[in-house]
Write a protein that binds this ligand. Structure first.
Ligand code: AMP
Ligand code: FES
Ligand code: ZN
Ligand code: ZN
Length: 304
């Protein structure tokens, strides 16, 4: 197998792009693809200060590396969720810190949920009689937005890749979740004061490609999945999409890109009566609720 640019030994074959590339040309291809994605969706500009949400996993660390190589001002945010099973949070934090230590121009912000808010994610979930994952998404979004506001960042970027987005789309499609379909986008602009823009620059990069990228760029990351994710529907949906991709390369990309175009052309209309955002009375973060935001409500009910 030979690189189609230079004829050296290829390290990856990407049938969906009809492309085989070597260890020199593959990472450059990924970086160019991300640069084009950022431009074509007008995610952010070179003057913007970015806050990269890093989990210690391959996608978010690959993204941080790519953004720094492309010349963006990109700092990191690691949220310590307090998941103790096999030291999951501790180990993932150490990968984020190791990455930051080799990139002295970038700052890594650390937020420890238990130290800051009194209880870890599994504890908060247990108190509310819920599964950790159902609390986790809301808490992470809250902390990302709050940290970005406090640090005066222009955009929050996350490492969601094509596989994540296609699986999310399948879930939203299956149940015709119109509000979620309306909000599923490569970039969500700042819709009101206090809600920081969010972007997913890896949305056209497949999971396999981001894994290969970290390998050729020598980035170490946590391989273990979150212990609470076992049995998640998204894993099942990813498997279905991977089976389809094997039979028909390019399926995932077509599915997701087709959706994004349809959404841009106005085919997806969300819930019409979405209430306007107000400031939470306690923390000042934007919320659709009347007085307290979902995060403050959770802390309050689970305190009592
Ligand atoms: P997940 O929701 O675990 O699939 O992660 C999606 C994205 O959210 C990752 O690519 C990261 O950008 C971000 N993320 C997940 N976990 C954390 C964390 N503990 N701290 C900061 N960002 C995170
Ligand atoms: Fe949030 Fe697993 S419960 S990452
Ligand atoms: Zn080559
Ligand atoms: Zn609040």
């Amino acid at each position: 197998m030979r690189c189609q640019h230079c004829g050296e030994v290829a390290v990856i074959s990407m049938p969906q792009h009809r492309l085989k590339l070597c260890e020199k040309h593959f990472p450059l291809w990924v970086e160019r693809r991300v640069a084009r994605t950022i431009e074509s969706f007008q995610m952010f500009s070179s003057d913007d200060r970015l806050l990269v949400a890093v989990s210690g996993g391959k996608d978010s660390l690959a993204l941080w590396e790519i953004l720094l190589r492309l010349g963006y001002q990109a700092d990191g945010l690691y949220i310590h969720l307090g998941i103790e099973h096999e030291g999951y949070s501790h180990v993932s934090q150490s990968y984020a810190e190791a990455f930051a230590a080799t990139h002295p121009d970038a700052t890594l912000h650390l937020v420890d949920v238990r130290a800051r808010y009194g209880r870890s994610i599994p504890e908060l979930a247990r108190e509310g009689g819920r599964r950790a994952c159902s609390r986790c998404g809301m808490i992470k979004r809250y902390i990302m937005n709050r940290t970005a506001r406090e640090g005066d960042y222009d955009a929050i970027v996350t490492g969601h890749n094509l596989d994540d987005e296609a699986a999310q789309l399948l879930q939203n499609n299956l149940y015709w979740l119109r509000g979620y379909l309306q909000r599923q986008a490569p970039v969500l602009p700042q819709t009101c004061q206090g809600l920081v823009r969010k972007a997913k620059p890896l949305c056209l990069v497949a999971e396999r490609e981001s894994a290969a990228y970290t390998f050729v760029r020598g980035i170490e990351y946590i391989q273990q999945e979150c212990p609470h994710s076992a049995g998640a529907t998204s894993i099942f949906h990813k498997k279905i999409l991977n089976d389809m991709e094997r039979r028909s390369p390019g399926t995932k990309l077509q599915y997701y890109q087709g959706f994004v175009r349809a959404r841009q052309d106005g085919f997806i209309i969300g819930d019409e009566d979405t209430p306007p955002l107000e400031e939470c009375e306690r923390c000042g973060q934007p919320t659709t609720a009347n007085a307290l935001c979902a995060f403050c409500r959770m802390l309050e009910t689970e305190e009592t």
